[in-house]
Design a protein around this ligand. Structure first.
Ligand code: PFF
Length: 460
C-alpha cells in the first residue's frame, strides 16, 4: 500500500527552544513590522488592533495548535502529513490537497515577500547614505522604478533563503534562528526605547489603543483576519512543517501560546517603534504600504543620528523577513526531499528558482507592468497577495480546523496534546469545531455578498 512507502526523515529540532525560535521566526516578519503598522494606520488604529487581537485568540491560536498536532503526529511535510493523519483517522487521502494548496500558497507568498524583503535590504544602504537631499518619496520612487535594482535585491534575498534551507533543518534553519531571533529581539527593544524617548509616545498610544469603531467595515474585519493568519504563518503548512520537527515531549498548547504571544507582542512593539516617530515628525499614519519606506525614511532624514538609527531599523526588517522566508520555502523542500524526488539542496534550488521567476512579475508591477491587472483592478503583486492571503490562507486554515475538529480521530489528537487541563481542551475543541470555521466562512461570504450594511447600521 502506498502509505507504507518509506519517506526520508528530516531530523528534529534540538531542545525545546529551537521550535519556539523557529516558529516565532516564521511568525514574526514583514507582516508584523511593515504590514501590521500600516494596516492599523489605514484602518483607523485602535479598532483594527482590537479586532486583530480577537482574531488571534479565537481563530489563530486554535488553528496553530491544530497545525502542530498534524505536523508532529506525522513527522512529515504538510502534503504527507495531511495524507498520513487522514488515513490513520480512517478518512480519504484527498485531505492531502490541503497540503498542496498550502505549498502553492507558500510559493506565491514567497515570490512577492522576497521582492519587498529585497527593498528592505536595499534600504539598509539607502538609510546610511540618505542626507535628505532628495525627498523620501522621491527616493522610494527611484528604488521601485528600476526593475534591475528590484531584481538584484530580490535575487540576493532568494539566494540567502535558499542557502539556509538547503543546509537542513538542524544545521540550516535551526542554527540560523538561534542567531537571527536574539538579534531581532535586541534591535526591536532598541528601536522602541529610542522611539519612546524621542517620539510622540502619547499620541502613538492613543492611536493604537483607543478604538474608534465608526470607520469599521466588513473590509476591516477581513483585513484583520487575513493579517492574523498571515502573521501567525497559518493555513499554508509552515507551522505544520515546523511542528513535524518538534520533540515529542514538548507541550503543544503552551508552546503555541508562547509563539502567538511573542508574535502579537512584536506587532505591537513595531507599532510603538514606528508611530511615535511618525507623529513626532507630523507624518501621516494612514499613508499605506509606503509607511516604513517613505514616512520612516523621511523621519530618519530629519532626526539626529538618523543615519545610524535608520539602517538599524531596516536591518531589523530584513532579519525578520529572512527568518520568515525560510519557513515559506521549507514545506515544499521537505516534500520533494522526503519523497526522494530531489536532494534537499536540489529541491531548495528548484523551488526557489520557480519562486524567483514568479517574483519577477511582482518586481515589475512597481514599474513597467504597473498598468497590467491580473485580478480585477489589482496589479501582479497585489493579485498574488490577494490570492494567497485573502483566499488560500483562510481557506487552508478553515479546512485544517474542520479536519481536526470533525474528522481526525480523537485518540490521535489526545496522544499529541498530552496531559492538559480538560477545560482548556474542551474550549480549544469548541473553537476549532465551530468558532474558527464559522468566522472564516462568515468573512468569506461577506466578501462575496457585500455585508457592509450591517456595519453601517451599527455605526449609524
Ligand atoms: N508570518 C510572516 C510575517 O508576518 O511576515 C509571513 C509568513 C511566513 C506567512 C510564513 C506565511 C507563512 F507560512
Amino acid at each position: 500500500m502506498e502509505i507504507q512507502k518509506q519517506l526520508k526523515s528530516h531530523g528534529a529540532w534540538v531542545g525545546k527552544w529551537t521550535f519556539i525560535l523557529a516558529a516565532t521566526g516564521s511568525a514574526v516578519g514583514l507582516g508584523n513590522i511593515w504590514g501590521f503598522p500600516y494596516k492599523a494606520g489605514t484602518n483607523g488604529g485602535g479598532a483594527f488592533v482590537l479586532i486583530y487581537l480577537g482574531c488571534i485568540v479565537i481563530i489563530g491560536l486554535p488553528i496553530m495548535i491544530s497545525e502542530i498536532i498534524i505536523g508532529r503526529r506525522s513527522g512529515n511535510s504538510p502534503i504527507n502529513a495531511m495524507r498520513k493523519v487522514a488515513i490513520d483517522s480512517g478518512q480519504t487521502q484527498a485531505w492531502q490537497l490541503v497540503g498542496w494548496s498550502g505549498i502553492f500558497a507558500g510559493a506565491l507568498i514567497l515570490s512577492f515577500y522576497s521582492v519587498i524583503a529585497g527593498i528592505c535590504l536595499n534600504y539598509i544602504f539607502i538609510a546610511v547614505s540618505s542626507s535628505g537631499a532628495i525627498s523620501a518619496s522621491e527616493e522610494f520612487g527611484n528604488v521601485i522604478s528600476s526593475p534591475i535594482n528590484l531584481l538584484f535585491w530580490h535575487t540576493l534575498f532568494m539566494v540567502l533563503t535558499t542557502l539556509i534551507v538547503a543546509a537542513g533543518v538542524k544545521d540550516g534553519i535551526g542554527r540560523m534562528v538561534k542567531i537571527l531571533m536574539p538579534m531581532l529581539g535586541f534591535l526591536m527593544i532598541f528601536m522602541v526605547i529610542y522611539s519612546i524617548i524621542n517620539g510622540d509616545f502619547n499620541r502613538a498610544m492613543s492611536f493604537l489603543f483607543a478604538p474608534d469603531f465608526s470607520n469599521v467595515t466588513s473590509d476591516t474585519v477581513l483585513q484583520a483576519m487575513g493579517q492574523a493568519f498571515f502573521s501567525l504563518s497559518l493555513g499554508m503548512g509552515s507551522i505544520m512543517a515546523y511542528g513535524a520537527y518538534m520533540p515529542k515531549n514538548q507541550d503543544i498548547t503552551s508552546t503555541s501560546f508562547t509563539v502567538a504571544s511573542l508574535d502579537t507582542l512584536v506587532a505591537i512593539l513595531a507599532g510603538l517603534a514606528i508611530f511615535p516617530i511618525i507623529f513626532a515628525f507630523n507624518l501621516e499614519p494612514g499613508s499605506g504600504p509606503g509607511l516604513v519606506f517613505v514616512s520612516m525614511l523621511s523621519a530618519f532624514n530629519q532626526m539626529q543620528f538618523g543615519q545610524l538609527i535608520g539602517p538599524i531599523f531596516f536591518i531589523l526588517l530584513s532579519v525578520a523577513a529572512l527568518s520568515s522566508s525560510i519557513s515559506l520555502l521549507e514545506p515544499g523542500v521537505a516534500y520533494l526531499s522526503e519523497e526522494g524526488i530531489l536532494s534537499r539542496g536540489q529541491a531548495a534550488i528548484a523551488i526557489s528558482f520557480f519562486v524567483w521567476v514568479l517574483g519577477i512579475g511582482s518586481a515589475l508591477s512597481f514599474n513597467v507592468w504597473s498598468d497590467f491587472h491580473l485580478i480585477s483592478e489589482k496589479n501582479f503583486l497585489d493579485s498574488m497577495d490577494f490570492l494567497a492571503n485573502q483566499i488560500l490562507l483562510p481557506l487552508g486554515g478553515m479546512l485544517i480546523a474542520i479536519f481536526v475538529g470533525w474528522f481526525m480521530k480523537e485518540s490521535l489528537i489526545k496522544d499529541e496534546i498530552g496531559a492538559i487541563n480538560p477545560v482548556i481542551y474542551y474550549l480549544w475543541r469548541f473553537f476549532v469545531r465551530f468558532i474558527a470555521p464559522a468566522c472564516v466562512a462568515y468573512i468569506f461570504l461577506s466578501q462575496i455578498f457585500d455585508l457592509n450594511w450591517i456595519f453601517d447600521f451599527y455605526s449609524g
